[in-house]
Design a protein around this ligand. Structure first.
Ligand code: AMP
Length: 289
């Protein structure tokens, strides 16, 4: 199925479009992305269609979530193909603003995030979640979605946004979608296109490590240091540097220290670099999918 997609670049134009949809009796679902879309992104759209009738996707590489030494300039851009892909899954409108539309001259307000943003990616990317929370707030305020869908691939991001939506009493239901993987286990990511064939092979260490921890957990292993080592051993030999391999509480994201057993569910989260490409992956042990 392919729908006619409305392309919107203006903020007020987007607000008007969504208001008109609601006046017609439609419910608005929203999927924010940074483009270079793959099947993982498209699965979020399909999920959004279960919750709403009028689906908006955004393609915006948000400058405030990148540090000066990160890959903002080199982040893959492929808007025409992205729009064609979104049409195949029935998106009604695509918002592709300029940076100056989202951050016009004189703007200065940021959403301050809390404890959920502090561990894991918050350590190596201290301003990342403030940038994410700010842009998502702006986008929510323009779209006014009843439902917004985010991927569990960015587990901490989903947790920060859930927290923000609850704390700031935003009238939106935040839905998390399972990680979509390639057939060999690699979590789909826009950044995977940077990987050479040899690097891609090395990148399989992330999902392999998670699978080992998952198997051990299913067989009854509850020592956090043992579960962590199973993942760490795989990832450390294959990658150029490791930001973290952590076993953490799936709700608070607080690390479970060595010597502390894990409970019924535990988050295993990885961030590392293969060549110049930063990859993340995770699994919640004790949870299906
Ligand atoms: P991005 O374009 O990377 O900012 O991602 C936009 C949305 O797609 C975020 O909610 C991500 O968590 C989600 N996403 C990216 N990759 C995947 C994947 N492999 N599976 C599920 N969701 C994903």
């Amino acid at each position: 199925m392919s729908t006619r997609v409305k392309i919107v670049t203006g903020a007020e134009e987007l607000r008007h479009l969504c208001n008109e949809a609601r006046k017609r009796g439609e419910s608005v679902g929203f999927v924010p992305t940074m483009g270079a879309l793959h099947a993982g992104h498209l699965a979020l759209v399909t999920e959004a269609k279960k919750h709403a009738t009028f689906i908006v996707a955004s393609i915006f590489i948000n400058p405030t979530q990148f540090a000066p030494n990160e890959d903002f300039a080199a982040y893959p851009r492929d808007v025409e193909n992205d729009i064609a892909k979104l049409a195949t899954v029935g998106v009604n409108a695509v918002f592709t603003p300029e940076a100056s539309t989202i951050y016009p001259p004189g703007e200065e307000t940021r959403v301050r995030v809390g404890r959920t943003a502090a561990p894991l990616c918050g350590i190596s990317r201290p301003h990342f979640f403030e940038g994410v929370a700010t842009v998502v707030t702006k986008l929510f305020n323009l779209v006014g979605p009843c439902t917004a869908v985010f991927g569990k691939k960015d587990y901490q991001q989903l947790a920060v946004i859930r927290r923000m939506a609850a704390d700031l009493m935003m009238p939106v239901t935040v839905v998390g979608h399972p990680i979509v993987r390639e057939s060999d286990g690699l979590a789909m990511s826009s950044r995977n296109r940077y990987l050479s064939a040899a690097d891609r092979e090395r990148a399989l260490s992330l999902s392999r490590g998670l699978a080992k921890a998952s198997r051990a957990f299913k067989e009854g292993e509850r020592r956090s240091e043992t579960l962590r080592s199973l993942v760490d051993d795989e990832v450390r030999v294959a990658s150029d540097s490791v930001d973290y391999v952590e076993i953490a509480d799936p709700e608070t994201l607080v690390a479970i220290q060595a010597g502390q057993p894990v409970g019924e569910r535990a988050l295993v989260a990885i961030a590392c670099r293969i060549g110049a490409t930063r990859l993340i992956d995770n699994e919640v042990l004790g949870e299906n999918g």
